[in-house]
Design a protein around this ligand. Structure first.
Ligand SMILES: [Zn+2]
Length: 329
């Protein structure tokens, strides 16, 4: 496990005076040797957050202890200095996360970029900051990072051995077709095998989600307009519920067939959610019938919430496979 080391020869040092590093009660200085920036912090918070710091801070601080503690030769303003290899941005976030949340109310965003997330995760692991590490892992798969680019975050998570997070990202990748996803440089971080297994996962999810539209046994309410519209009785089609055949308005049978195909390509509830393309098309078709027109918009919006949830439920139990040697024991 890495230990903080002694400071390098004196260079121009600046001080980060942002909250909470401007507190007069700070009792130790952490220095970024990469950027020559000092952070005035409280030992107590570092000790609570990190077993590496706790062990180091418990050592006698009066005598030089190369590679494992402090030296009286390296003091500033009466405070001992401990040097770390991380850059200022990484330390700024890492050290802040050792403090209680209420002390960070006036701080800027802790994680402006995903690169910062990964740098802080690596540092938190290095210094055995278990709580910080868990918090950073949650940030990695927060919607603001995953939704815009799930494949990228998937590759980064796999690369860092974060398989639970990779599984979350894999579910987000289902929102776009398996083929034709834009290239991401981060794909170079994972093996062709890992990417192939992601594609297999997508295909298995596609089959599971498609079945939701092909067999509507899960629909218990038959008072929707497409089941009971009289004018549409001259223009019906069949949908299957197990062995049973149900007669429905043709526009709705067409919708279900198209939705099923769409779910095979994009096996996510979002594919059949309100305002999705396939739903909007169905509502437009329903408007050609005066009876359906008066109810279709409202009822399709209600129905599609159920449909989307059922599609997501169908893919929930499908597992993403990782290479055995990469699997968490
Ligand atoms: Zn109708």
């Amino acid at each position: 496990m890495a230990c903080p080391s002694f400071p390098p020869p004196a260079q121009k040092i600046t001080c980060n005076n942002e909250n909470p590093f401007n507190d007069e009660g700070a009792d130790i200085i952490v220095r970024s040797v990469t950027d020559n920036v000092d952070f005035r912090v409280h030992k107590t918070f570092l000790s609570v957050a990190s077993s590496v710091f706790r062990d180091m801070l418990s050592l006698p601080q009066s005598e030089p202890q190369l590679g494992s503690g402090f030296s009286a030769e390296f003091m500033k303003d009466g405070l001992h200095i401990v040097t770390l290899d991380e850059d200022e941005e990484t330390l700024s976030t890492l050290l802040r996360m050792c403090y209680p949340g209420w002390m960070l109310m006036d701080c800027g965003p802790l994680f402006p970029t995903i690169e910062r997330v990964l740098a802080v995760f690596t540092a938190a692991t290095k210094y055995a900051m278990d709580g910080v590490e868990r918090a950073v892992r949650a940030v990695l798969v927060s919607p603001r990072f995953v939704e815009p680019d799930p494949l990228r975050v998937f590759a980064l998570a796999v690369r860092h051995g974060l398989y639970e997070e990779a599984r979350i990202c894999a579910r987000y990748t289902l929102r776009t077709p398996v083929l034709g996803k834009p290239y991401k440089p981060e794909l170079e971080c994972i093996t062709a095998g890992a990417y192939h297994r992601l594609q297999e996962y997508h295909v298995r999810c596609g089959a599971a989600a498609q079945r939701v539209g092909q067999d509507v046994r899960w629909i218990t309410n038959e008072t929707w307009v497409w089941f009971e519209c009289s004018p549409c009785r001259g223009n019906t089609a069949v949908v299957m519920a197990g062995e049973r055949r149900k007669w429905v308005a043709r526009w709705w049978a067409d919708f279900l067939a198209e939705a099923s195909n769409a779910l095979r390509e994009r096996p996510s509830g979002a594919t059949v959610a309100i305002n999705s393309e396939v739903v909007n098309t169905a509502v437009e078709r329903a408007s050609t019938c005066a009876t359906c027109r008066s109810r279709a918009f409202r009822e399709m919006h209600q129905f599609c919430g159920l449909f989307a949830a059922e599609a997501d439920k169908a893919t929930e139990t499908v597992e993403v496979e990782f290479m055995p040697k990469l699997m968490v024991a």
